[in-house]
Design a protein around this ligand. Structure first.
Ligand SMILES: Cc1cc2nc3c(=O)[nH]c(=O)nc-3n(C[C@H](O)[C@H](O)[C@H](O)COP(=O)(O)O)c2cc1C
Length: 193
């Protein structure tokens, strides 16, 4: 799955965790392609099987079509538009705020959307594609465009799905920016209590 020119120096696999986790990253250099419906369906199906509090499945996932792509691109902040334009799909994840079974607020809804996001991201990787999550979206305009009732639902994030560009075709500076980043050490985020 590792591609020729990606520099994974900052991501040494010291524990034997599956490379799927380490080699998922968020590029900005995409090459325009389309994603066939069966592939996109598998990516969304992965999200569908995510776990959620009370099995409420509060995620609602919207993806652009060829016709709506430019509209969706305009719903991103400018900095994100500059690289997102070369993706195949732009998506938005919306959380249902209340539990269906009792109408009470579901404080775990955005958290569960995160699980769905990661599932679809990993399936995209397994399909040879990359995703890039985005907080930088015009939330109110997204809600309007998707016809979301903001009393009931909350726009959580945007994302793209696309094909990684051939990095060897980028300038040195661009290539340096297209390098997977690192993480805090496990000792900082994990305590046995
Ligand atoms: C919820 C969320 C919001 C993000 N927002 C943006 C964004 O608006 N623009 C951007 O370029 N990257 C954005 N990112 C990408 C993160 O910067 C990136 O995931 C993080 O630096 C870790 O790098 P990696 O995904 O390459 O491992 C976002 C990621 C997530 C999960």
């Amino acid at each position: 799955m590792k591609s020729q020119s990606i520099n994974f120096d900052a991501r040494e696999n010291t524990t034997g965790v599956d490379d799927l986790f380490i080699q998922r990253w968020s590029p900005r250099a995409f090459e325009k392609t389309s994603i066939d419906d069966a592939t996109l369906t598998r990516i969304l199906e992965a999200a569908r099987w995510s776990p959620s509090c009370f099995n409420a499945q509060p995620w609602r996932i919207y993806t652009s079509t060829e016709e709506s792509f430019d509209d969706c691109l305009n719903l991103l902040v400018e900095g994100n538009q500059s690289w997102a334009k070369d993706n195949a799909v732009i998506g938005f994840i919306v959380a249902e705020k209340n539990f269906e079974h009792n109408g009470k607020p579901n404080s775990f809804a955005p958290f569960d959307c995160g699980a769905a996001w990661m599932s679809l991201t990993l399936q995209a990787r397994l399909e040879g594609l990359y995703t890039h999550g985005m907080g930088g979206i015009k939330v109110e305009e997204v809600a309007q465009y998707l016809n979301i009732d903001t009393e009931q639902s909350e726009v959580v994030m945007g994302f793209t799905i696309g094909k990684l560009a051939d990095l060897s075709q980028l300038s040195d500076e661009q290539q340096a920016n297209e390098t997977p980043n690192s993480r805090k050490p496990l000792t900082e985020i994990w305590r046995k209590v």
